[in-house]
Design a binder for this molecule. Sequence first.
Ligand code: ZN
Length: 107
Amino acid sequence: MDQDCLFCKIVRGETDTRFIYEDDTLVVFKDKYPHRPVHLLIVPKTHIRSINDLKPEHQDIVAKMIFKAPDIARNFKVDQEGYKLLFNVERGGGQIIFHLHLHLMSG
Ligand SMILES: [Zn+2]
């Protein structure tokens, strides 16, 4: 956990962010500044800065993030029309919050 990290604060329940889904590994919530009608963030509870910082022990976490995506897409009824999954990596890749997250966007 990183004291100053916004997503760590969200994970700890220190903001008014409502979770769409939560388990031991990850939380899912709506992007505060949505680019699409459906724009959700799948966020691991473990603080990992970006895809660049993945270590072998993170394999499970990343797999769970990706495997959760179709579940969430089905819940929002966008699985059939389709959706985009996106990892932004570092500033040049559009990453703004430096805590790993997977965007799920549709519409
Ligand atoms: Zn964090």
